[in-house]
Design a protein around this ligand. Structure first.
Ligand code: HEC
Ligand code: HEC
Length: 278
Protein backbone atom coordinates (compact mmCIF):
# COMPACT_ATOMS: atom_id res chain seq x y z
CA UNK A 1 0.00 0.00 0.00
CA UNK A 2 2.79 2.43 0.98
CA UNK A 3 4.75 1.58 -2.16
CA UNK A 4 1.69 2.12 -4.31
CA UNK A 5 1.02 5.51 -2.78
CA UNK A 6 4.62 6.64 -3.19
CA UNK A 7 4.71 5.46 -6.79
CA UNK A 8 1.46 7.30 -7.34
CA UNK A 9 2.94 10.48 -5.93
CA UNK A 10 6.10 10.16 -8.02
CA UNK A 11 4.15 9.52 -11.19
CA UNK A 12 1.86 12.45 -10.61
CA UNK A 13 4.78 14.71 -9.70
CA UNK A 14 6.46 13.84 -12.99
CA UNK A 15 3.23 14.46 -14.85
CA UNK A 16 2.80 17.79 -13.14
CA UNK A 17 6.29 18.78 -14.27
CA UNK A 18 5.60 17.64 -17.84
CA UNK A 19 2.31 19.55 -17.88
CA UNK A 20 3.93 22.67 -16.58
CA UNK A 21 6.77 22.41 -19.09
CA UNK A 22 4.32 21.92 -21.97
CA UNK A 23 2.30 24.88 -20.77
CA UNK A 24 5.35 27.12 -20.38
CA UNK A 25 6.70 26.03 -23.75
CA UNK A 26 3.36 26.64 -25.48
CA UNK A 27 3.28 30.07 -23.89
CA UNK A 28 6.69 31.11 -25.12
CA UNK A 29 6.04 29.64 -28.57
CA UNK A 30 2.73 31.50 -28.79
CA UNK A 31 4.09 34.77 -27.48
CA UNK A 32 6.78 34.85 -30.15
CA UNK A 33 7.58 38.47 -30.92
CA UNK A 34 9.71 39.59 -33.82
CA UNK A 35 12.77 41.60 -32.86
CA UNK A 36 11.42 44.94 -31.66
CA UNK A 37 11.58 47.66 -34.33
CA UNK A 38 11.12 51.00 -32.59
CA UNK A 39 9.26 52.28 -35.67
CA UNK A 40 6.80 49.39 -35.76
CA UNK A 41 4.03 50.94 -33.60
CA UNK A 42 4.15 54.12 -35.67
CA UNK A 43 4.13 52.15 -38.88
CA UNK A 44 1.01 50.26 -37.85
CA UNK A 45 -0.80 53.38 -36.72
CA UNK A 46 0.19 55.18 -39.90
CA UNK A 47 -0.98 52.33 -42.12
CA UNK A 48 -4.28 52.14 -40.26
CA UNK A 49 -5.05 55.86 -40.17
CA UNK A 50 -3.04 57.84 -42.66
CA UNK A 51 -2.00 55.63 -45.59
CA UNK A 52 -5.49 55.94 -47.07
CA UNK A 53 -4.81 59.60 -47.88
CA UNK A 54 -1.02 59.93 -47.77
CA UNK A 55 -0.06 56.61 -49.38
CA UNK A 56 1.57 53.57 -47.79
CA UNK A 57 5.04 54.97 -48.41
CA UNK A 58 4.05 58.58 -47.70
CA UNK A 59 4.10 59.28 -51.42
CA UNK A 60 0.81 61.23 -51.29
CA UNK A 61 -2.65 60.39 -52.57
CA UNK A 62 -5.62 62.52 -51.45
CA UNK A 63 -3.28 64.17 -48.97
CA UNK A 64 0.19 65.63 -49.49
CA UNK A 65 3.36 63.56 -49.79
CA UNK A 66 4.88 63.06 -46.32
CA UNK A 67 8.03 61.25 -47.44
CA UNK A 68 10.11 64.39 -47.69
CA UNK A 69 12.48 66.58 -45.74
CA UNK A 70 10.74 68.96 -43.37
CA UNK A 71 12.29 72.43 -43.49
CA UNK A 72 12.26 73.04 -39.77
CA UNK A 73 14.67 72.95 -36.87
CA UNK A 74 12.22 70.79 -34.97
CA UNK A 75 10.38 68.86 -37.70
CA UNK A 76 9.00 66.60 -34.98
CA UNK A 77 7.05 69.48 -33.43
CA UNK A 78 5.87 70.73 -36.83
CA UNK A 79 4.53 67.35 -37.87
CA UNK A 80 3.08 66.67 -34.42
CA UNK A 81 1.15 69.95 -34.40
CA UNK A 82 -0.31 69.34 -37.86
CA UNK A 83 -1.46 65.85 -36.88
CA UNK A 84 -2.96 67.07 -33.62
CA UNK A 85 -4.89 69.93 -35.19
CA UNK A 86 -5.50 68.80 -38.74
CA UNK A 87 -5.37 71.21 -41.66
CA UNK A 88 -8.40 73.50 -41.48
CA UNK A 89 -10.10 73.98 -44.81
CA UNK A 90 -8.86 70.60 -46.08
CA UNK A 91 -10.07 67.07 -45.42
CA UNK A 92 -7.10 66.47 -43.10
CA UNK A 93 -8.80 65.71 -39.77
CA UNK A 94 -7.56 66.72 -36.32
CA UNK A 95 -6.35 63.44 -34.81
CA UNK A 96 -5.63 64.22 -31.16
CA UNK A 97 -8.07 63.19 -28.47
CA UNK A 98 -7.81 66.78 -27.21
CA UNK A 99 -9.30 67.93 -30.52
CA UNK A 100 -11.98 65.27 -30.63
CA UNK A 101 -9.88 62.83 -32.67
CA UNK A 102 -9.12 59.17 -31.92
CA UNK A 103 -5.34 59.22 -31.25
CA UNK A 104 -3.55 59.57 -27.91
CA UNK A 105 -0.40 61.73 -27.56
CA UNK A 106 1.74 58.56 -27.44
CA UNK A 107 0.16 57.26 -30.65
CA UNK A 108 0.73 60.57 -32.44
CA UNK A 109 4.31 60.54 -31.21
CA UNK A 110 4.84 57.09 -32.70
CA UNK A 111 3.41 58.25 -36.05
CA UNK A 112 5.66 61.33 -36.05
CA UNK A 113 8.74 59.13 -35.54
CA UNK A 114 7.63 56.93 -38.40
CA UNK A 115 6.99 59.84 -40.78
CA UNK A 116 10.32 61.44 -39.93
CA UNK A 117 12.11 58.19 -40.72
CA UNK A 118 11.31 59.02 -44.36
CA UNK A 119 13.54 62.07 -44.32
CA UNK A 120 16.75 61.68 -46.30
CA UNK A 121 19.12 60.14 -43.83
CA UNK A 122 16.24 58.44 -42.04
CA UNK A 123 16.33 54.69 -41.59
CA UNK A 124 15.58 52.84 -44.86
CA UNK A 125 12.06 51.48 -44.72
CA UNK A 126 10.50 48.30 -45.98
CA UNK A 127 6.78 48.78 -45.57
CA UNK A 128 4.70 45.62 -45.52
CA UNK A 129 1.46 45.97 -47.49
CA UNK A 130 -1.58 46.35 -45.22
CA UNK A 131 -2.73 42.88 -44.25
CA UNK A 132 -5.85 41.88 -46.16
CA UNK A 133 -8.53 40.37 -43.97
CA UNK A 134 -10.50 37.50 -45.46
CA UNK A 135 -14.15 38.39 -45.38
CA UNK A 136 -17.02 35.95 -45.70
CA UNK A 137 -18.78 36.41 -49.06
CA UNK A 138 -21.63 38.92 -48.99
CA UNK A 139 -24.88 38.24 -50.79
CA UNK A 140 -25.79 41.23 -52.95
CA UNK A 141 -29.13 42.95 -52.58
CA UNK A 142 -30.89 41.99 -55.85
CA UNK A 143 -32.12 45.42 -56.94
CA UNK A 144 -28.83 47.24 -56.20
CA UNK A 145 -26.09 47.42 -58.84
CA UNK A 146 -22.47 46.86 -57.87
CA UNK A 147 -20.45 44.12 -56.18
CA UNK A 148 -20.67 44.32 -52.38
CA UNK A 149 -17.64 42.05 -51.95
CA UNK A 150 -15.47 44.39 -53.96
CA UNK A 151 -17.15 47.20 -52.05
CA UNK A 152 -16.15 45.67 -48.72
CA UNK A 153 -12.52 45.64 -49.85
CA UNK A 154 -12.70 49.25 -51.01
CA UNK A 155 -14.39 50.21 -47.76
CA UNK A 156 -11.64 48.65 -45.65
CA UNK A 157 -9.00 50.45 -47.73
CA UNK A 158 -10.58 53.88 -47.95
CA UNK A 159 -13.40 54.45 -45.51
CA UNK A 160 -12.86 52.33 -42.39
CA UNK A 161 -10.25 54.79 -41.14
CA UNK A 162 -12.97 57.39 -40.58
CA UNK A 163 -16.20 55.41 -40.46
CA UNK A 164 -14.92 52.45 -38.42
CA UNK A 165 -14.20 48.90 -39.52
CA UNK A 166 -17.80 47.88 -39.03
CA UNK A 167 -19.02 51.25 -40.36
CA UNK A 168 -20.04 51.96 -36.78
CA UNK A 169 -18.68 55.53 -36.97
CA UNK A 170 -15.40 57.05 -35.79
CA UNK A 171 -14.32 60.43 -37.21
CA UNK A 172 -17.14 60.10 -39.72
CA UNK A 173 -20.77 59.14 -39.17
CA UNK A 174 -22.00 55.57 -38.65
CA UNK A 175 -22.96 54.15 -42.05
CA UNK A 176 -24.43 50.86 -40.79
CA UNK A 177 -27.89 52.31 -40.43
CA UNK A 178 -31.15 52.51 -42.23
CA UNK A 179 -30.99 54.95 -45.11
CA UNK A 180 -34.27 56.75 -45.57
CA UNK A 181 -35.54 57.47 -49.06
CA UNK A 182 -36.96 55.53 -51.95
CA UNK A 183 -33.57 55.28 -53.69
CA UNK A 184 -30.95 55.32 -50.91
CA UNK A 185 -28.46 54.00 -53.46
CA UNK A 186 -28.61 57.21 -55.48
CA UNK A 187 -28.29 59.31 -52.33
CA UNK A 188 -25.24 57.33 -51.18
CA UNK A 189 -23.62 57.46 -54.59
CA UNK A 190 -23.93 61.25 -54.64
CA UNK A 191 -22.49 61.69 -51.13
CA UNK A 192 -19.53 59.39 -51.79
CA UNK A 193 -18.80 60.94 -55.19
CA UNK A 194 -18.98 64.54 -54.03
CA UNK A 195 -18.03 64.34 -50.36
CA UNK A 196 -19.70 66.44 -47.69
CA UNK A 197 -18.46 69.99 -48.05
CA UNK A 198 -17.53 71.66 -44.81
CA UNK A 199 -16.69 68.29 -43.24
CA UNK A 200 -13.72 65.93 -43.48
CA UNK A 201 -15.59 63.70 -45.88
CA UNK A 202 -13.58 63.89 -49.12
CA UNK A 203 -15.02 63.69 -52.64
CA UNK A 204 -14.05 60.26 -53.90
CA UNK A 205 -15.03 60.28 -57.58
CA UNK A 206 -12.39 60.68 -60.26
CA UNK A 207 -14.61 63.42 -61.72
CA UNK A 208 -14.11 65.38 -58.50
CA UNK A 209 -10.40 64.69 -58.30
CA UNK A 210 -10.78 61.63 -56.05
CA UNK A 211 -9.14 58.23 -56.45
CA UNK A 212 -12.24 56.06 -57.14
CA UNK A 213 -14.01 55.18 -60.39
CA UNK A 214 -17.81 55.25 -60.76
CA UNK A 215 -17.73 51.44 -60.66
CA UNK A 216 -15.80 51.50 -57.38
CA UNK A 217 -18.33 53.88 -55.88
CA UNK A 218 -21.24 51.70 -57.00
CA UNK A 219 -19.53 48.72 -55.33
CA UNK A 220 -19.24 50.76 -52.13
CA UNK A 221 -22.91 51.66 -52.29
CA UNK A 222 -23.82 47.99 -52.74
CA UNK A 223 -21.68 47.11 -49.71
CA UNK A 224 -22.98 49.87 -47.43
CA UNK A 225 -26.59 48.95 -48.16
CA UNK A 226 -25.96 45.32 -47.15
CA UNK A 227 -24.79 46.68 -43.78
CA UNK A 228 -28.05 48.56 -43.42
CA UNK A 229 -30.05 45.45 -44.26
CA UNK A 230 -28.08 43.52 -41.63
CA UNK A 231 -28.65 46.32 -39.14
CA UNK A 232 -32.39 46.04 -39.72
CA UNK A 233 -32.48 42.33 -38.89
CA UNK A 234 -29.99 42.63 -36.03
CA UNK A 235 -32.64 41.87 -33.45
CA UNK A 236 -30.62 39.05 -31.95
CA UNK A 237 -28.04 40.30 -29.43
CA UNK A 238 -24.52 39.18 -30.22
CA UNK A 239 -23.20 36.36 -28.01
CA UNK A 240 -21.03 37.43 -25.11
CA UNK A 241 -17.41 37.72 -26.11
CA UNK A 242 -15.50 34.58 -25.24
CA UNK A 243 -11.99 34.96 -23.85
CA UNK A 244 -9.26 34.94 -26.48
CA UNK A 245 -7.64 31.53 -26.96
CA UNK A 246 -4.40 30.99 -25.09
CA UNK A 247 -5.32 33.35 -22.27
CA UNK A 248 -6.53 30.77 -19.79
CA UNK A 249 -3.65 29.11 -17.98
CA UNK A 250 -5.44 25.77 -18.46
CA UNK A 251 -5.84 25.88 -22.21
CA UNK A 252 -4.15 23.53 -24.67
CA UNK A 253 -2.59 20.13 -24.08
CA UNK A 254 -0.14 21.42 -21.52
CA UNK A 255 -3.10 22.59 -19.47
CA UNK A 256 -4.87 19.25 -19.81
CA UNK A 257 -1.76 17.39 -18.66
CA UNK A 258 -1.31 19.81 -15.75
CA UNK A 259 -4.93 19.32 -14.64
CA UNK A 260 -4.59 15.54 -14.91
CA UNK A 261 -1.40 15.61 -12.84
CA UNK A 262 -3.07 17.77 -10.21
CA UNK A 263 -5.87 15.21 -9.97
CA UNK A 264 -3.35 12.39 -9.57
CA UNK A 265 -1.53 14.30 -6.80
CA UNK A 266 -4.81 14.64 -4.91
CA UNK A 267 -5.63 10.96 -5.34
CA UNK A 268 -2.11 10.01 -4.26
CA UNK A 269 -2.28 12.23 -1.17
CA UNK A 270 -5.62 10.74 -0.26
CA UNK A 271 -4.08 7.29 -0.52
CA UNK A 272 -1.19 8.32 1.72
CA UNK A 273 -3.49 9.79 4.35
CA UNK A 274 -5.59 6.63 4.27
CA UNK A 275 -2.46 4.59 4.91
CA UNK A 276 -1.28 6.76 7.83
CA UNK A 277 -4.54 6.21 9.66
CA UNK A 278 -4.06 3.66 12.42
C1 HEC B 1 -8.99 62.09 -45.60
C2 HEC B 1 -7.65 62.18 -45.97
C3 HEC B 1 -6.56 62.34 -44.95
C4 HEC B 1 -6.26 61.50 -43.90
C5 HEC B 1 -6.99 60.23 -43.48
C6 HEC B 1 -5.06 62.04 -43.29
N1 HEC B 1 -4.68 63.16 -43.94
FE1 HEC B 1 -3.05 64.32 -43.52
N2 HEC B 1 -3.59 65.61 -44.96
C7 HEC B 1 -4.66 65.48 -45.80
C8 HEC B 1 -4.76 66.66 -46.64
C9 HEC B 1 -5.78 66.90 -47.71
C10 HEC B 1 -3.70 67.50 -46.24
C11 HEC B 1 -3.40 68.89 -46.73
C12 HEC B 1 -2.51 68.87 -47.89
C13 HEC B 1 -2.36 70.24 -48.35
O1 HEC B 1 -1.69 71.04 -47.66
O2 HEC B 1 -2.91 70.53 -49.41
C14 HEC B 1 -2.97 66.80 -45.20
C15 HEC B 1 -1.84 67.31 -44.59
C16 HEC B 1 -1.06 66.60 -43.69
C17 HEC B 1 0.21 67.02 -43.20
C18 HEC B 1 0.93 68.28 -43.59
C19 HEC B 1 1.62 68.08 -44.89
C20 HEC B 1 2.49 69.24 -45.24
O3 HEC B 1 3.28 69.10 -46.19
O4 HEC B 1 2.38 70.28 -44.60
C21 HEC B 1 0.65 66.05 -42.34
C22 HEC B 1 1.94 66.04 -41.56
C23 HEC B 1 -0.37 65.03 -42.30
N3 HEC B 1 -1.38 65.39 -43.14
C24 HEC B 1 -0.28 63.89 -41.56
C25 HEC B 1 -1.29 62.95 -41.46
C26 HEC B 1 -1.26 61.85 -40.55
C27 HEC B 1 -0.13 61.51 -39.63
C28 HEC B 1 -2.43 61.17 -40.72
C29 HEC B 1 -2.91 59.96 -39.95
C30 HEC B 1 -2.96 60.05 -38.54
C31 HEC B 1 -3.19 61.86 -41.74
N4 HEC B 1 -2.46 62.93 -42.16
C32 HEC B 1 -4.42 61.44 -42.23
C33 HEC B 1 -5.54 64.41 -45.86
C34 HEC B 1 -5.57 63.38 -44.96
C1 HEC C 1 -11.20 61.65 -43.35
C2 HEC C 1 -12.37 60.99 -42.88
C3 HEC C 1 -13.35 60.34 -43.85
C4 HEC C 1 -13.09 59.38 -44.80
C5 HEC C 1 -11.74 58.78 -45.18
C6 HEC C 1 -14.36 59.02 -45.36
N1 HEC C 1 -15.35 59.74 -44.77
FE1 HEC C 1 -17.33 59.63 -45.17
N2 HEC C 1 -17.69 61.10 -43.82
C7 HEC C 1 -16.75 61.71 -43.03
C8 HEC C 1 -17.40 62.66 -42.18
C9 HEC C 1 -16.73 63.55 -41.14
C10 HEC C 1 -18.77 62.61 -42.49
C11 HEC C 1 -19.90 63.34 -41.78
C12 HEC C 1 -20.37 64.53 -42.46
C13 HEC C 1 -21.49 65.04 -41.63
O1 HEC C 1 -22.62 64.54 -41.82
O2 HEC C 1 -21.26 65.89 -40.79
C14 HEC C 1 -18.92 61.63 -43.53
C15 HEC C 1 -20.12 61.32 -44.13
C16 HEC C 1 -20.30 60.26 -45.00
C17 HEC C 1 -21.57 59.84 -45.50
C18 HEC C 1 -22.90 60.47 -45.17
C19 HEC C 1 -23.36 59.99 -43.82
C20 HEC C 1 -24.75 60.43 -43.50
O3 HEC C 1 -25.28 59.94 -42.49
O4 HEC C 1 -25.32 61.25 -44.24
C21 HEC C 1 -21.34 58.76 -46.31
C22 HEC C 1 -22.35 57.94 -47.06
C23 HEC C 1 -19.92 58.51 -46.32
N3 HEC C 1 -19.32 59.46 -45.51
C24 HEC C 1 -19.31 57.51 -47.01
C25 HEC C 1 -17.94 57.34 -47.08
C26 HEC C 1 -17.29 56.35 -47.90
C27 HEC C 1 -17.99 55.32 -48.74
C28 HEC C 1 -15.95 56.52 -47.73
C29 HEC C 1 -14.84 55.76 -48.40
C30 HEC C 1 -14.80 55.77 -49.82
C31 HEC C 1 -15.75 57.61 -46.79
N4 HEC C 1 -16.98 58.07 -46.42
C32 HEC C 1 -14.52 58.04 -46.33
C33 HEC C 1 -15.41 61.44 -43.01
C34 HEC C 1 -14.76 60.55 -43.84
Amino acid sequence: MAATATRFLRLSGALLLIGWLMFAFGRSAGAQTPPADPLEPGRQLYNANCAVCHGVDGQGRIGAALAKDWPSIRPDLTVETIIENGVPGSVMPAWSVANGGPLSPAEIDAIVQYILSWQTGGAPQITPPPTATLLPPITPIPEIDGDPNQGARLFAENCAVCHGEQAQGRIGAALAKNWAGIRPDLNLRAIISNGVSGSQMPAWSAARGGPLSDGDIQDLVAFILTLSAKQAQAAAPSPAASPAPGESPFSGWGGVAALLALLLVIVGLAALIQRRKP
